[in-house]
Design a protein around this ligand. Sequence first.
Ligand code: AMP
Ligand code: MG
Length: 496
Amino acid sequence: MNAMVDASGPLSGARWPNRFRTLGTDFFTPLPPQGVPDPYWVAWSPECAELLGLAPQRPTDDATLHMLSGNALADGMAPLASVYSGHQFGVWAGQLGDGRAHWLGEMQTPSGPMEVQLKGAGLTPYSRMGDGRAVLRSSIREFLCSEAMAALGVPTTRALSITGSRLPVRREEVETAAVVTRVAPSFIRFGHFEHFAHTAEDRDALRRLTDFVIDTAYPECRDAAQPVVALLEAVTRRTAELMADWQAVGFCHGVMNTDNMSILGLTIDYGPFGFLDAFDPGHVCNHSDHQGRYAYARQPNVGFWNLHALAQALMPLIGDRDSALAALEPYRSAFPTAFLERMRAKLGLLEARDGDTALIEGLLERMARDATDYTIAFRRLARFDSGPGAANTEVRDLFLDREAFDAWAAGYAERLRAEGSVDAERAARMNLANPKFILRNHLAEVAIRDARGGDFSEVERLRTILARPFDEQAEHAAYADFPPAWANQIEVSCSS
Ligand code: AMP
Ligand code: MG
């Protein structure tokens, strides 16, 4: 392993600069990945490859396979693992860090510099009790969901590839190792700021980190009267948008610790996440979350809580509490505004009118009471007939309390008529706002089961279906169906 040979192949042309390195070694430990024995390809994302300016096809050369497994470095690569801290489940956890992630460096892409990172390629000084590894199961979940979220239009880190190995990795049982190649403009987390606010004696490191993030990711904040306050407000707004995206698409992250919050407002660190099947505001996707702290309906508040932790970390630079609180304040209106906007789109409404919130809440309450499938219900609503006396059986049948649905449907039809909505046009709009295909747990489970047996075709099939979540893809109707009975027996935990 870790042959450190120069690699050729499509990634070898990059120079691999890494602006994060300029922050200095208080921020990271330079170290090569350890790699895995006899790696093989498990998955490749043509969309992510194109984002990086690469050819969409999976490379066929061994050099790239080894590079993306941590066994070889390209010329110019100087990998590192970064240090951060964080609040886990509401409690200060102290120093954490990239326990199993190596930043390889940046590629210059059509959409700007992109950091490329390996996850699962071995121990780092921040591995604590962990083994620096990731198992095939969790790697497939991270890969598929990263790419699915991107296709859904939700800000996220991306995944280029998975490679696998026979290397045994012990979790609840013995599994095998895999390495995910992740891509993002930056992997900096709220926890990076918390680390330097809580541990460094001088404020210089915190100042350098903040300047770095402003210069590289939020240049518009540089000219503000108080750049750090402006940064906090910008992150607040992006986080509010992200929470609205998650809620609207029915995504539960599962581990919204501050070390899992991206400073860019990206979805990051896919672990025990889950999409809602039946609509349940109290749904807890992470079986290790016994208190339900990160339940679906709590996510927007947790996002706000996490922003307070970020504000606290920035306090030494901001100075006065009132300015920090003022930067957080927009969340209170930005989240509900963004959420309402998305829900209006999901209902195909073009205008904003009084009563829209009540209309949306009325639907969600009925869905919660009747455990209606969230994704299927919205998708079927596209075909809602707003004409007087229309039965709308297709969507009505999803509810147990049909009269309650009828009462809501009458209000919806009236609301549509009030803005002169044309059903066919609305249907087309709604099909672009309501995905047909999401990464339901049971779909991932089947792909994982096959992959463990050496068959990766289902991972590939799911990837291609989820790359076009709004398209009908009639041939794949089964992937848009209700979850089977065994789906609610699936347990996903922090173990990954
Ligand atoms: P997570 O809850 O997955 O975000 O992980 C929390 C912290 O534990 C992060 O700093 C991770 O890098 C680290 N970590 C998680 N799993 C492992 C592992 N298998 N080996 C080393 N570090 C890990
Ligand atoms: Mg994490």
